[in-house]
Write a protein that binds this ligand. Structure first.
Ligand code: URA
Ligand code: SF4
Length: 423
């Protein structure tokens, strides 16, 4: 008998390190035992497990990696058996015909189910705009919960806790904590549960073991984005978007926010530094000016929808961690357009205010010049009303007080005009 000992059900790297030498020894599956046995120090700060060192010629082909991770993250009892059979085929260089191979078909079905479960989990977390502590008790596998930790943190950076049978996953002040679930006998109140997680858990950057939990991405294809059924689902999927290279350097996808019944939609350019860090649109300097202008017009931001043409921050790093905003290129606007388009189809705003050249270009679907198109009531392709105005950061860039005041008034007048078109 050979034994594979995992630290937790989500210990993907541990599984991979141990299974490959066993596979290469041609061990039959019924001679392998899988044990999940957390070491005493698993949840202690700085804990790192030494992995079996091996050098292997066996590689999981790139095109199958996400499938393997999905099956592993599903947490199903038969996952080890299926994955072993799959690895045997890779080892033996068997033909793996995606459309007809029964094993692959089975794995794909599991992957599909796991995606649905991951998405459901993401949707169950109330958005960051809803304040207050969130505690969810869920009956889902540990492997699935752990694999979604990054996505959940991106959706809501603070003040939530998810408890499953064996795990507490908690976001506290922008950090994730993994903790063992308290014993079934302990019925802890919300406050006590948070305390328990913070005292008994580790935050992932402090312990290298947690790097062995592999995130399970639910990256959608464009055709999928076009059929997303609700704004909540849209946000949950956009978290993982990799449709263009901007996702690589930015910290998170910043999707729109506001009321799902909004009649007024604001479209900016792309998240800036602060928006990227906080995960919400228009919260930095331009956002503060935008808020002030809204107030002046009597527009309630919470009852509107605020979004951007491009959902990831594009920047150039320039020393001591600073990031210099870079305008998105046409290719980024194009790549990101399915998100904005679906957002608009789902929200069906009566009036869309396009702030700046990028917002205007994205909504109108053609390159525009702000000076030529601004302050006019336009009829958009779907029959709703549109209006182009300047971007609030344009106001911040004005060289002197006078021009700033003048441009600000003009901006406010544009917002008033658009707002009046609502009635
Ligand atoms: N500028 C934008 O266009 N969008 C934001 O969210 C912030 C600044
Ligand atoms: Fe996806 Fe848009 Fe981000 Fe590009 S910018 S990765 S298309 S969300």
């Amino acid at each position: 008998m050979k034994t594979v000992t995992l630290e937790t059900d989500s210990d993907f790297q541990g599984w991979r390190y141990q299974i490959i030498p066993i596979l290469e020894a041609y061990t039959p599956f019924n001679e392998i035992r899988f044990v999940t046995s957390p070491s005493d120090s698993l949840y202690k700060e700085g804990y790192s497990r030494s992995k079996t060192d091996f050098s292997s010629a066996l590689m999981i082909p790139r095109k199958f990696i996400s499938l393997v991770i999905a099956v592993f993250s599903s947490g199903r009892p038969d996952r080890f058996c299926l994955l072993y059979a799959f690895l045997e085929k890779i080892r033996d260089k068997a033909d793996l015909e995606p459309e007809t191979d029964p094993l692959l078909i089975r794995m794909k079905a599991i992957s599909h189910e796991a995606k649905k479960a991951a998405l459901l989990l993401r949707e169950s977390l109330p958005p960051a705009s809803m304040t207050g502590q969130v505690v969810l008790h869920l009956a889902i596998p540990t492997a699935l919960l752990d694999s979604q930790a990054d996505a959940l943190l991106a959706l809501r950076p603070d003040n939530w806790l998810i408890r499953t049978e064996h795990r507490i996953l908690c976001a506290h002040q922008g950090k994730l904590f993994f903790a063992p679930a308290p014993p079934q006998t302990a019925t802890l109140e919300t406050e006590a549960l948070f305390d328990f997680a913070c005292k008994n858990g580790i935050s992932p950057e402090k312990s290298s073991f947690w790097h062995s939990v592999v995130p399970f991405h639910v990256t959608p294809a464009v055709e999928f984005v076009q059929k997303i059924p609700s704004l909540t689902v849209l946000k949950a999927y956009a978290t993982d978007c990799q449709l263009c290279p901007l996702c690589k350097a930015a910290s998170r996808t910043v999707t729109g926010e506001g009321s799902h019944e909004a009649k007024l939609m604001f479209v900016g350019e792309q998240p800036g530094d602060q928006e990227d860090l906080q995960g919400r649109p228009f919260v930095g300097p331009a956002g503060q000016l935008f808020d002030r202008a809204l107030q002046e017009c009597g527009i309630e931001r919470e009852k509107s929808w605020v979004t951007n043409a491009v959902k990831h921050f594009r920047f150039t790093p320039y020393g001591n961690g600073k990031r210099l905003h870079q305008k998105p290129e046409a290719e980024h606007i194009r790549a990101c357009s399915p998100w904005l388009q679906r957002e608009r189809e789902l929200l069906k705003p009566k009036v869309t205010i396009m702030m700046g050249v990028t917002g205007g270009t994205a909504v109108l679907g053609r390159p525009i010049t702000v000076s030529r198109e601004r302050s006019k009531i336009l009829t958009l392709q779907d029959g709703s009303i549109g209006l182009v105005t300047v971007h609030p950061s344009f106001l911040l860039r004005q060289p002197d007080e006078d021009s700033r005041a003048r441009e600000y008034d003009h901006f406010v007048a544009d917002l008033r005009l658009a707002y009046s078109a609502l009635s």
